[in-house]
Design a protein around this ligand. Structure first.
Ligand code: HEC
Ligand code: HEC
Length: 454
């Protein structure tokens, strides 16, 4: 546990200096504060991985279970003590259902983008005494990618998710509804559209000539083993996987990873040992003794880049996108309140309350000298966010007291508050951390203070 106190100290002093936060707790580095000093959770970026759901791509809408799963995925409450204290949720490592290439926890990561899920920090009971850090896989297309875990140890997604909650993060046994929701959510996360790849797994006319030469190489039999090719394991007609584990000389048997949208999945291999396709291709050339010359290797890389591409890999966070996400999460209450489902009301209020608090923290307060201008707008925005948290709390209190009529009324009041709050939030957006320049200045100031506090 060495190193924990200084981080907490730094967080507290920075919060004090900046005067940030509405509650007096240390919100800015709060998530890092119970984790080892030097922890990087990659929370600064304004651009987020794009997340598309199958039901919406098909022209439908998000179901209750999808919204519930999505909010639980961002909820530290379903995990155990330390993760909860640190504010860690599934979404910390699988940001927007994708991965987290910058994730680094000293002692639990071997390089950025890796994490040891069997460690004594999060659950002493499952600590295996080995630093075996692996990458959090992107969950895009997960429904096509069984078995689960790099070593494919779980055939069922449901079993995998339960194991994450109970064994890896020492959380309470999840209810059937919680598991259903998380599984529904994960199964809905789609591969991102890629105009270079057809539905049949073949390149389209939009791919380059080099990529098309690579496509032929990808399917060509290996010279020493004609039964094998890249495509014999990464099957183009089956999401580029074969649902098998193989020993490809990387230290054990691992499942064949998908190559769809994989441009955004680096670092590569289970332990993140390779940064680029060029390194992977050079490795396979040696490992399988393929005898590929430099041009052929480049063509294969061009092919991987075409298969791995996506039209819109990231989206910019805005006040509106945050409000949309909050609206999707909170819609769970439309079913949970009439159902008198106290557990789900409590979890929803908690998760959505956190979203509102984070939204509010995007508007620097009076003491934050890294932002000039718009002070009254910023203060009104903070007040609007705080009002939403309070309005939601009244929903939770009524539900906890089994007064669901009052909960329904409080929820209607919340919605009325949000309708007017939205205008205040948007008004202040230019002076908020949704403005990239202000965001950069703000985090630079925090880093300077963290340096000073050392
Ligand atoms: C601290 C980081 C971290 C957190 C938090 C986390 N995961 Fe993961 N996740 C990982 C890592 C690392 C792996 C790879 C583990 C392995 O191969 O054994 C993984 C693997 C997975 C997989 C398997 C994907 C595949 O294609 O094989 C699923 C599904 C998953 N996580 C879901 C979740 C859910 C649901 C939660 C929250 C309940 C969660 N994860 C929380 C790091 C994390
Ligand atoms: C015997 C099956 C097999 C063959 C043949 C094979 N691969 Fe793989 N491939 C794998 C496995 C298994 C991994 C993951 C290894 C690990 O995690 O340690 C992998 C990983 C990769 C990755 C990294 C993806 C990621 O997200 O980590 C790329 C890219 C890749 N292979 C491309 C190729 C290319 C190109 C060829 C042909 C030269 C090829 N593979 C041949 C099984 C295979």
């Amino acid at each position: 546990m060495r190193g924990l106190l200084p981080a907490a100290f730094v967080a507290a002093s920075i919060a004090a200096v900046l005067g940030a936060g509405t509650t007096g707790a240390a919100p800015i580095l709060g998530k890092g504060s119970v984790l080892p000093e030097g922890t990087e959770l990659n929370e600064e970026a304004l651009d987020q991985p794009n997340e598309l759901f199958a039901s919406e791509l098909a022209g439908g809408k998000r179901s209750y279970l999808l919204n519930l799963g999505d909010l639980l995925f961002s909820s530290p409450e379903i995990l155990g003590g330390l993760a909860r204290q640190a504010g860690i949720s599934c979404n910390t490592c699988h940001q927007q259902g994708h991965n987290n290439p910058r994730l680094y926890v000293p002692g639990l990561s071997t390089r950025p983008g890796t994490f040891d899920t069997t460690n004594k920090l999060f659950n002493p009971k499952s600590d295996n005494g080995v630093l075996d850090a692996v990458t959090p896989p992107s969950l895009r297309g997960a429904r096509y990618l069984a078995p689960y875990g790099h070593d494919g140890r779980f055939a069922s997604l449901r079993d995998f998710v339960r194991n994450v909650i109970v064994n890896e993060f020492a959380g309470p046994e999840p209810s059937g509804e919680i598991l259903d929701a998380l599984v529904t959510y994960i199964q809905e996360i789609s591969f991102l559209p890629n105009p270079k790849l057809g539905a049949d797994g073949r390149l389209t006319a939009q791919a380059s000539a080099a990529a098309r030469r690579g496509e032929a190489l990808f399917a060509a039999p290996f010279r020493h083993d004609p039964a094998m090719s890249c495509a014999s394991c990464h099957r183009p007609t089956g999401a580029f996987v074969d649902h098998q584990t193989h020993d490809v000389g990387s230290g054990g048997r691992f499942k064949t990873p998908t190559l769809v949208n994989a441009n955004f999945n680096a670092p590569y291999f289970h332990d993140g040992r390779f940064d680029s396709y060029a390194q992977v291709v050079a490795y396979f050339d040696r490992h399988f003794d393929l005898g590929l010359d430099a041009d052929q290797q480049r063509d294969l890389v061009a092919y991987l880049e075409a298969v791995g591409d996506a039209a819109e890999p990231v989206v910019r966070n805005t006040v509106q996108s945050t409000l949309d996400e909050i609206a999707a999460f909170v819609s769970v209450l439309d079913i949970a309140i009439p159902e008198h489902n106290r557990e789900i009301v409590a979890l929803t209020v908690d998760a959505v309350g956190n979203e509102w608090r984070e939204l509010g923290e995007n508007f620097p307060g009076r003491g934050d000298t890294s932002v000039n201008g718009g002070l009254s707008e910023r203060l009104r925005a903070r007040e609007a966010a705080r009002g939403a948290v309070l309005a939601l709390r009244r929903v939770a209190m009524a539900a906890a007291a089994e007064d669901f009529a009052a909960a329904a009324q409080a929820f209607a009041d919340y919605r009325q508050h949000v309708a007017s709050a939205a205008a205040d939030l948007k008004q202040a957006e230019p002076w908020s951390l949704y403005n990239p320049a202000i965001r950069a200045a703000h985090f630079a100031a925090i880093r300077r203070l963290a340096e000073l506090a050392k």
